[in-house]
Each structure stands twice: as C-alpha cells, then as structure tokens.
Design a protein around this ligand. Structure first.
Ligand code: SF4
Length: 377
C-alpha cells in the first residue's frame, strides 16, 4: 500500500495540537483555538483561523502544515435526495461518501437504524429531520466480497484519521449542517473495511465525538468479520455500534460469497458476536445481502434464525443492488418478504433496507462503481 500524505492538521488530537504549538514556542491555549477552527468551524485554510496571530498562521504554512480538508471533486444527487460525493485527497486518491437526508422518518428508538427504513422525501431538500453520512475508511478494499463493486478495485491505501474526518467535514460544509444542533448519524459502511484500518478509524471516532460533536451512539461501524478486531472493539471505552456483514447462513455459502470466511469462519465469528459486550439497550446488527438463488431460500432464513437466536440483535436484509460486473442477481420482492417473514416468525427482529440513491450508484455495495455520470453538479 502507498503511504498517505503527511502534514495535515485535520486528524490531530488536542494533545497532538498542544505538542505542535508548544514546539513552535506558542502558548498552550493556541491548541484549543486550532482544535475549534478545525473541528467546530471546519475552516479549509490556515489563514481563516482568525483567532491565531497572522505571523503564527504564516509560520504554520512555512512549516508545511495545511488544514487537509479533502476536495469535493464530484457530487451526484439522486431523485430521492441522496447525494454521492467523490472526495479527493491531497495525493489525488479518491473515495466516495454518501449523504442521505431522511425526511421525517422519525426517531429510531436506540438510534441504531441509521440509514435504514427510510421515509423517502420528495426532493431531499431542507425537509430532513436527520441525515446519515456513509463514510469510507480505505481507498478500495482488500476483503473481496463477491457481491460488492468496491471489491473490484482492490485496496490502494488506508485513509488517515484526518481523511476519514475530512469526508464528513467537507459534506457538513457543503450541506451547511452543524451537529449537534442538527442530527447527523454516521455509518462506516462506505469503501473499505474499517477494522483493517483500525487505529485510524478509532482515532477518527474520538475526534468526531470530541471535535465535531457527533455522539458515538449515532455511529455504526460495519465489519465483514475481522474477529480479533471485533474483540478489541468491544473493549473500547468510546465506540460506535457494531454491525456484522453476514450474508450467508452456513460456512460453505459464506466462503463462496465472502472468501474472508476461510480465515475467520462462522463459528468463530458468531462466538465473537455472542461474547460482544453490548451496552444497555444496544443491539448488534447483522446485515444480509440477498442474492437470488444463492442465499435467499427459506432454508437459509431458518439457518440464519438459528445462528442469530439468543443474541440481542436485529437483521437488516438488503436485496442486492444489481450490476453487470457482479455474478449475482437481485431477488424478487416476494422472496425478500418471505425471507423476512420466516425470520420474524422465528422471533428475530428483521428489517428490509430500502435502497438509497440507486440511480446514482450510491446504494449499498455500489460505491466507486463509476465516476463518469452525466448528472454531476
Ligand atoms: S462489502 Fe465492504 S468489506 Fe466487502 S469488499 Fe465491499 S467494501 Fe470491502
């Protein structure tokens, strides 16, 4: 993997900013001014930090520091209000990040429905009561789930903590949204496997909570099943909620659609899920992409119910987002409903996720499918 570009202020913690200002002979309170400018005001150039003296702003520039806010290189808006952003990092690498305004879909109880069960608003304008940002953690992905477009890219590099936060900061600026005054949920379900970029991902979580003001209870991270990191994650004092991308009800099927299953099989994964230390009222989420004729039969639903039974969890069903490059087809709606009915009948809370932004390739598993769309704004 190539290294990420250095010298971005975005991504530095309070302590790291304090070290930086003290090393430059500045008083320690300058660190708080920098922190506020970076994370609360979300400035995009050092000369906008009006609380800092001009000579220190110049000095930071001379030392090679820059804010590090990534550039919005493209924005594609769906008829359902979803916006897919192409975000360009300082070295020219790009990732995609998705903004999903959710109309007046209402509160979700434990807040764990981020991105789910959406009441589609007519034009996705100012009518949303909460919004969800789907965030990328790597340029590409190494996991190779066979139903996913991002997998076709392979992995180029990890994003830094600053680049992970930078996607969110850039979109909040563009949408003129100010958390916590406006409710924003984050789902780490974009390009990449966050648990293969664990340290940068967790550092970004801390900064999002402390700096941008999005509580960890409004964040969900999805993993394909990196079992050792699931265990590490359970020990974190401040952490998002956990979703596990399951997609199969037995080992042979899971190895077929997610070759990662050879490394950590369903037995190990479900043991880690059962032992995961849930907080009061928290539920695990299991995601299950339905692939026609592969994992969508009644027997698979019954196997899945047996796997999940006894875990405080819900299942999100996602009918495959179609595409010629993928070896699978989308199941019929009746099949999806039947799958849900069997799970619900077995006592498993099960939801069907409605696709968002399918017309602009922003739906689940479609990121980076193409960047050449005629409707770019
Ligand atoms: S589904 Fe997620 S983990 Fe799997 S290849 Fe796609 S981006 Fe990677």
């Amino acid at each position: 993997m190539q290294p990420a570009p250095p010298n971005s202020l975005l991504g530095l913690t309070s302590q790291e900013l304090t070290n930086l200002v003290l090393e430059s002979g500045q008083p320690a309170y300058r660190a708080q001014q920098l922190f506020d400018a970076l994370y609360r005001q979300r400035i995009d150039a050092i000369d906008q930090i009006s609380t800092l003296p001009t000579d220190y702003r110049l000095r930071l520039g001379e030392m090679g520091w820059q804010v590090g806010l990534p550039k919005i290189a493209g924005k594609f808006v769906s008829s359902d209000g979803t916006a897919r952003y192409l975000i360009e990092m300082a070295d020219g690498e790009t990732v995609e990040t998705v903004w999903m305004p959710e109309g007046d879909g209402g509160e979700s109880g434990d807040g764990s429905e981020a991105g789910d069960e959406i009441e589609t608003s007519s034009a996705g304008t100012a009518s949303w009561r909460r919004a969800t940002i789907c965030v990328s953690s790597q340029v590409g992905c190494a996991v190779n789930c066979r139903f996913c477009f991002t997998a076709l890219l392979g992995v180029k590099r990890n994003l830094t903590a600053g680049e992970i936060i930078g996607q969110i900061a850039a979109i909040l600026r563009d949408q003129r949204v100010q958390p916590p005054l406006q409710r924003v949920n984050l789902v780490f379900m974009g390009m990449g496997e966050p648990f293969l970029n664990y340290e940068n991902f967790m550092k970004s979580v801390g900064l999002l909570v402390e700096g941008i003001g999005i509580p960890e209870a409004r964040m969900t991270v999805s993993t394909a099943g990196i079992v050792p990191r699931i265990r590490d994650f359970g020990r974190e004092a401040v952490r998002p909620k956990l979703a596990i991308s399951l997609n199969a009800s037995n080992d042979s099927l899971r190895t077929e659609v997610m070759p990662l299953n050879r490394k950590w099989n369903l037995g190990e994964l479900m043991t880690a899920a059962r032992e995961f230390p849930l907080r009061t009222r928290e539920r695990l989420t299991f995601e299950y992409v339905l692939l026609e004729g592969v994992n969508d039969a009644a027997e698979h639903a019954r196997e899945l119910a047996d796997l999940v039974r006894g875990i405080r969890a819900k299942v999100n069903l996602i009918a495959l987002n179609p595409g010629a490059e993928l070896p699978y087809c989308t199941p019929a709606q009746e099949r999806v409903l039947e799958f849900q009915r069997i799970l619900v009948g077995a006592g498993i809370a099960t939801f069907i996720r409605r696709p968002r932004g399918r017309d602009i390739f922003a739906a689940c598993g479609q990121l980076k499918r193409t960047i050449e769309l005629p409707s770019a704004t």
